[in-house]
Write a protein that binds this ligand. Structure first.
Ligand SMILES: O=C(O)CCC(=O)C1=CC=C[C@@H](O)[C@@H]1C(=O)O
Ligand SMILES: [Mg+2]
Length: 314
């Protein structure tokens, strides 16, 4: 286990501009560091506390010190990710993901109406065969059932409501498959969704699960299809996501690993989507990175130190 000083000495804190605001983020901050096996990323969202962020650090250390698991495939199908933009902007956004056949559309964002969501999903449906939606837990049970009826057939609805029990209730009431994201990503017990029969699909992200190998273990135990998705990772974190997806024995759906297209600037050339797919590569960041301010850099160093002592403390 590297010390916090080792990690900080080999790190950069970057501030990457987004092309379109996503979950309210216009500049994505991330800490990246190099180790004997390559580069790792530590970039829990700003509002996450240390207890939740600890596993994100474990994931970064795995990437930099242990490297990637053995792949079973070279390329991974990805979805385009459409933020809560007006329906008229959907075609331009999907165009940033050449050849995709699956689109994930954000719905139920604050300030948006159900009619906005219906229009945005309809615009996506005209362009690709498969559309999935993500409500990020924003609906209540009744609201979810009504919204799902209004939006119509989709591949699945990701996290319609906040709690596992609510997901289970919605799942019993609708025919559209339900996917769990936050119920796994932000839970101390990722298997609970399975025990509660709350989901048909699991959306798994490397950093919140504590690394590529941890993701593979959770995927092996969950009795449902999985989709590997990014946590709005830089190219360094994305490399771990693509490696995890490439190492999964069974992968039957497009993954949310095309989000490099959302960055105005990344730490290296982003994972290019070609014919709807991305290919694994290890990342060496550019020399002229857009660095965060001295104050923000110090904030990230302090955060890393606190999370590191939680990791060491067990
Ligand atoms: O899954 C995708 O298509 C892209 C990643 C993505 O949507 C997300 C990444 C990180 C945080 C989230 O709010 C969001 C999600 O909820 O899935
Ligand atoms: Mg989600």
């Amino acid at each position: 286990m590297p010390t916090a000083d080792d990690l900080i000495a080999a790190s950069r804190v970057v501030a990457l501009p987004m092309r379109t605001a996503f979950r309210g983020i216009t500049v994505r901050e991330a800490m990246i560091f190099s180790g004997p096996a390559g580069w790792g990323e530590f970039a829990p969202f700003a509002e996450y506390d240390d207890a939740e962020s600890r596993v994100w650090l474990a994931a970064g250390i795995e990437a930099a010190y242990l490297g990637t698991p053995d792949p079973v495939r070279d390329v991974v199908d990805v979805n385009a990710t459409v933020p809560a933009v007006p329906a008229d902007d959907v075609a331009e956004i999907i165009g940033r993901y050449p050849g995709v056949r699956t689109v994930k559309v954000k719905v139920a964002e604050p300030g948006q109406s159900l009619a906005d969501d219906v229009d945005r999903v309809a615009a996506a449906r005209e362009l690709v065969p498969t559309v999935r939606i993500d409500a990020n837990g924003a609906w209540g049970v009744e609201e979810a059932i009504e919204a799902i009826a209004a939006i119509g057939d989709v591949e699945y609805v990701e996290q319609p409501c906040r709690t596992v029990d609510e997901l289970a209730q919605v799942r019993r009431a609708v025919t559209v498959p339900i996917a769990a994201d936050e119920s796994i990503r932000r839970s101390t017990d990722p298997m609970r969704v399975a025990r509660a029969d709350a989901a048909d699909i699991a959306v798994l992200k490397v950093a919140p699960l504590g690394g590529m190998r941890a993701l593979l273990k959770v995927a092996a135990r969950l009795p449902m299809d999985v989709v590997v998705s990014s946590a709005l990772d830089t190219a360094v974190g994305m490399s771990a996501g693509v490696a995890a997806a490439a190492a999964l024995p069974g992968l039957h759906r497009a993954c949310g690993l095309g989000t490099g297209a959302m960055f105005g600037r990344d730490v290296a050339a982003p994972f290019a989507v070609v014919d709807g797919r991305v290919e694994f590569r290890s990342i060496v960041p550019a020399n002229d990175l857009p660095l965060a301010s001295a104050e923000r850099t110090q904030w990230w160093h302090d955060r890393l130190r606190r999370c590191h002592s939680l990791l060491v403390g067990g």
